[in-house]
Ligand binder design. Structure first.
Ligand code: 3EB
Length: 352
């Protein structure tokens, strides 16, 4: 079970189990990201007071739906501001938003998705400025048809334009001190964004094997993606590490196109390198592959078994991992893996 003094911790459980938790348990929930919900579950989640984001991605390793639930501590306050639903305690704020890009019309210089992204991120930054949670720990980004091209540009690249413009508009750093993130493609649905922010600055961690994403060259799009490889957050005695979506990229290039096993190995070598950097900065170094809670985004469902086999081999045990079918933000990437570490996760009843 968790350390009872931990001010921020997560839990992974099915949506059915989440909905059935007692009120005392739910009262400390800041919010949740829910995957593989059926129609009835989506309706129930939408009716909850807690900010819950549903992402239309199929879970591959089990029939169950899955919720990543973040708990805070003490008195929680919730609210709604524009498209954002949020809940916070004294230290941490969790927010979710869904933005329909069809509400925007293409202008001469900005595509609808770019405008939707910029508007969404500007709303996040304005809210965090107003409520005094200025430091972003982590973003989750889900974009329909992420690899499709429109207006002469891949949609992920349109997203990167809007995201960076919002950072710049709010005077935020676009290199160095930037949050951890992931960006995945779903088959349909609005632009969906979740975030965790707080009142202490996290440490942004980079990977010496990789060019920082915010320094990717122009060949990957007119604007570089604005994220760090990981963020290390110190909250009281606890340290929580958010490892961004990680893929088979060395330097700035995709390695092992069309080889899912080699891509998974390279991805895990990247995560191991990020952990090594984190351990150099952590007050309690001890992050390791076996201690992570993984979310594995698999482009082709048929690749589940080889990816899972490689992850188990690298971890040396059965990892805490959830596998979801998703598109990854470069056409040649077959897998992307994100993770959380610290001692932040526990499972009510069972592990994973
Ligand atoms: C990469 O390393 C893979 O645009 O927010 C991973 C994590 C990736 C976050 C983002 C993109 C993002 O470039 C893709």
């Amino acid at each position: 079970m968790r350390d009872p003094v931990s001010p921020l911790y997560g839990a992974n459980l099915s949506i059915a189990a989440f909905l059935k938790q007692p009120p005392e348990w739910k009262s400390s929930v800041l919010g949740a990201l829910c995957f593989s919900a059926d129609t009835a579950e989506s309706r129930m989640l939408a009716g909850m007071e807690t900010p819950c984001m549903t992402i239309p991605m199929q879970r591959l390793d089990a029939g169950d739906s899955i919720c990543e639930v973040w708990h805070g501590s003490g008195l929680l306050t919730q609210g709604q501001c524009g498209a954002i639903h949020y809940r916070h305690d004294d230290d941490v704020l969790f927010g979710v938003m869904a933005v329909d890009e069809t509400a925007f019309t293409a202008s001469t210089d900005k595509t609808p998705l770019q405008q939707a992204t910029e508007a969404a991120y500007r709303q996040v930054f304005a809210l965090l400025d107003n409520l005094h949670y200025p430091y972003l720990f982590r973003f989750w980004n889900y974009i329909a048809d992420i690899n499709a091209h429109s207006f002469g540009l891949e949609r992920y690249r349109q997203f990167n334009l809007g995201r960076q413009d919002a950072f710049l508009a709010h005077g935020r750093d676009v290199v160095g001190n930037v949050p951890a993130a992931c960006a995945l493609g779903s088959a349909q649905g609005p632009l969906t964004i979740a975030f965790l922010a707080g009142r202490v600055a996290p440490l942004a961690i980079e990977n010496p094997r990789q060019v920082s994403a915010y320094q990717y060259p122009q060949q990957y799009g007119p604007r570089s993606p604005t994220f760090s490889r990981a963020s290390l957050v110190r909250l009281g005695q606890d340290e929580v590490l958010f490892v961004s979506g990680t893929a088979s990229i060395v330097g700035h290039e995709t390695l092992h196109p069309a080889d899912v096993v080699a891509q998974t190995r390279e991805t895990l070598a990247n995560i191991a390198a990020v952990l090594e950097q984190a351990n150099q900065q952590a007050s309690q170094p001890g992050f390791n592959l076996a201690g992570l809670y993984y979310k594995v985004y698999v482009r082709h469902a048929a690749d589940l078994v080889p990816i899972r086999t490689e992850l188990e081999r690298a971890v040396g045990a059965v990892p805490h991992a959830i596998y979801l079918q998703a598109d990854v933000c470069r056409q040649d990437l077959l897998v992307e893996i994100e993770a959380t570490a610290g001692h932040p996760f526990f499972m009510p009843g069972k592990r994973d």
